[in-house]
Design a protein around this ligand. Structure first.
Ligand SMILES: Cc1cc2nc3c(=O)[nH]c(=O)nc-3n(C[C@H](O)[C@H](O)[C@H](O)COP(=O)(O)OP(=O)(O)OC[C@H]3O[C@@H](n4cnc5c(N)ncnc54)[C@H](O)[C@@H]3O)c2cc1C
Length: 453
C-alpha cells in the first residue's frame, strides 16, 4: 500500500520511539490498519539514544541473582521517589501490567545479564536491555503484521469531528483514524521555550534526547483542553560530559559506585546517593553549572565496559577522564585549590570510617543502599560533568487506560497517549528505568484501549 492510497486507517500513532513502536506493533497484531508517523527521517527518538535500563520487579534475572523484590516494593519505591506527587493509580497499573513488557523483551530476545540498584531503588531492579534489538524487533513485527511506517512525516495537529479525535494533520494533508490516535511523540527536552515556561531553573541544562522531541504532542493535546501532570518537577540528569554529541551519550554515575561530587571550589554540595535528577538540579546551581565525580582506583576497578552509566573505559578513550597520582595533583589538573580538595576528601573519608556523621547525610552508594568506600587508593580520577536534559518526565494527564484527560478530568474521546509525552508516573523525582518501562507498557496499553476498548 502506498501512502497516497492509504489515507484512512483504524489508528494513527504519532512518534516512532519505544512507546509508538509498541503501540503500532500491538495494533497491527490486533488486525487493525495502523500508520505510524515519525517527524524525523529515522525512527528511534530518545529510546534509541537511551541507556536501555528498564525497571522491572519479580523477573527471572532477579530470582537467579537472589534479589528479593516484589510488586509492592516496586510500587512503594516509586511512590517514595516521587515524593507523594505521582498518581498512585498509574503506578499500580505500571506494576501490574509489566508482564506485557517482559513478554515483548522475551520475544525480541533482548535481555542481558546486567542487573543493578540505581536511582530511586532499594533493591537491584534496573535491567539492562539491548534497546536497539527491542526497537528493531517491534518495528519488524509491526511491518510484518501490515503496519505502515511513515518517516519524515511530522504531525502538526489533531483533527476532530466536534466531539472526538478522528485523525491527524500534517503538511501532507490529513490522515484519518477511525478508532483513535495515539500520541507517542516523546517529551520536550529539545524545547527551550517549554522548559522556560515550566521549569525556568532547568532551562540551562545541556539540551539532549531525541532531536524531534520539542513537545509537539503536548501542544496538540492542549489545543483540545488536555490537562498536565508533573511538569513543574521536570529536571535534568547529572553526569554527562559537556562535549558529548548526539550519537553517543556519555552519562556516568561513578557516584553510585563510590565517587563523591565536588564543585569548582573543591566542595561537596549534595548527598551523592540521591537520584541523578535531584543531583542535576543541585549541579545547576553550582559555579560553572558543573561538578566533578572524584574517585580512586578501587571505584575505577568497578567500571563495566559497554554498560551504560558505568563505562569508564569509553570515557577514558574519549579523553574525558582525568587522572593523577595524588589528590592535590588531581586538584591542580582540574583547577581546583589542591588543599581544599584534599580537606574535602579527608572529611569524607572520616565519615566513611565512622569518625563522624556525613554533614550531607550520605549513608550509602545509591539511594541509601550499598557500603561506602573511602577515596583513598591512588591513582585518583575525576570526571567533569554537567546536567543534561535527557528526558522530561512530566506531561499530559492520562487515565490508566491511556486516554488523555482534559483539565476538568473528562476524557478526550479518540485520543490516547503513552511514553514521555505523559505525566503522572514520576511525581517529584525519577527512578532509573521507569521511563522505558512506562513507554513499553503503556504503548501496548494504548493499542489495547483503541483496539478492544
Ligand atoms: C541519553 C539518554 C539515556 C536514557 N536512559 C534511559 C534509561 O536507561 N532508562 C530509562 O527508563 N529511560 C532512559 N532515558 C529516557 C527514555 O529514553 C525516554 O523517556 C523514552 O525512550 C521515551 O520513549 P518515547 O517512545 O515516549 O519517546 P521517544 O523515544 O523520544 O520517541 C518519540 C518520537 O516522536 C517523534 N516525534 C516528535 N514530534 C513528532 C511529531 N510532531 N510528529 C511525528 N513524530 C514526532 C520524535 O522524533 C521521536 O522519534 C534516557 C534518555 C536519554 C536521552
Amino acid at each position: 500500500m502506498t501512502e497516497r492510497e492509504g489515507r484512512e486507517f483504524d489508528a494513527i500513532v504519532v512518534g516512532g520511539g519505544l512507546a509508538g513502536l509498541a503501540a503500532t506493533r500491538r495494533l497491527a497484531a490486533h488486525g487493525r490498519r495502523v500508520a505510524l508517523v515519525e517527524k524525523r527521517d529515522r525512527l528511534g527518538g530518545s529510546s534509541a539514544m537511551s541507556g536501555g535500563w528498564f525497571a522491572l520487579s519479580g523477573t527471572t534475572l532477579q530470582r537467579r541473582a537472589g534479589v528479593e523484590d516484589s510488586d509492592d516494593l516496586f510500587l512503594a519505591d516509586m511512590s517514595e521517589t516521587g515524593g507523594g506527587y505521582a498518581d498512585e493509580a498509574l503506578l499500580e497499573a505500571l506494576v501490574h501490567r509489566q508482564a506485557n513488557a517482559v513478554a515483548a523483551i522475551d520475544r525480541a530476545g533482548a535481555w542481558t545479564d546486567e542487573l543493578k540498584v540505581s536511582a530511586g531503588m532499594t533493591v537491584a531492579r534496573a535491567h539492562l536491555i539491548r534497546i536497539g534489538d527491542l526497537l528493531a524487533h517491534l518495528e519488524n513485527e509491526a511491518v510484518a503484521a501490515g503496519a505502515m511506517i511513515l518517516p519524515a512525516h511530522a504531525a502538526d495537529g489533531l483533527v476532530t469531528d466536534g466531539s472526538r479525535v478522528v485523525g491527524i494533520r500534517s503538511e501532507r494533508g490529513v490522515l484519518v483514524a477511525n478508532s483513535g490516535v495515539v500520541l507517542a511523540s516523546g517529551g520536550f527536552s529539545r524545547s527551550r521555550e517549554l522548559l522556560e515556561l515550566f521549569v525556568p531553573d532547568q532551562a540551562d541544562a545541556m539540551p539532549y534526547g531525541g532531536v524531534g522531541n520539542t513537545g509537539d504532542g503536548l501542544r496538540m493535546a492542549w489545543m483540545l483542553g488536555a490537562g498536565l501532570a508533573d511538569v513543574g518537577h521536570v529536571a535534568g540528569t547529572y553526569g554527562q560530559h559537556a562535549e558529548t554529541n548526539d550519537e553517543e551519550h556519555e552519562l556516568l554515575t561513578a557516584n553510585y559506585l563510590g565517587a563523591i561530587l565536588v564543585n569548582l571550589r573543591g566542595e561537596r554540595f549534595a548527598d551523592e546517593s540521591e537520584s541523578y535528577k535531584d543531583l542535576g538540579s543541585a549541579v545547576l546551581s553550582q559555579p560553572g553549572r558543573m561538578a566533578f565525580q572524584i574517585f580512586d582506583s578501587v571505584v575505577r576497578a568497578r567500571s563495566k565496559p559497554g554498560v551504560p552509566l558505568s563505562d569508564m573505559e569509553r570515557l577514558e578513550e574519549l579523553g574525558h577522564l582525568v587522572s593523577a597520582p595524588t589528590i592535590p595533583a588531581l586538584g591542580r589538573e582540574l583547577g581546583i585549590p589542591p588543599e581544599r580538595l584534599e580537606r574535602t576528601v579527608a572529611q569524607y573519608n572520616g565519615s566513611v570510617s565512622g569518625r563522624h556523621d556525613d554533614p550531607l547525610g550520605r549513608t550509602g552508594l545509591v539511594n541509601g543502599v550499598g557500603a561506602l568506600v573511602p577515596v583513598a587508593t591512588g591513582p585518583f580520577y575525576a570526571y567533569p560533568a554537567v546536567t543534561a536534559m535527557t528526558s522530561t518526565f512530566g506531561g499530559l494527564s492520562v487515565a490508566v487506560d491511556t486516554s488523555v484527560k482534559r483539565v476538568d478530568g473528562s476524557r478526550i474521546d479518540g485520543l490516547c497517549a503513552a511514553g514521555e509525552v505523559v505525566g503522572g508516573f514520576h511525581g517529584a523525582s525519577y527512578m532509573t528505568g521507569t521511563a522505558l518501562t512506562k513507554a513499553l507498557v503503556f504503548g501496548i496499553e494504548a493499542a489495547d484501549a483503541i483496539a478492544l476498548g
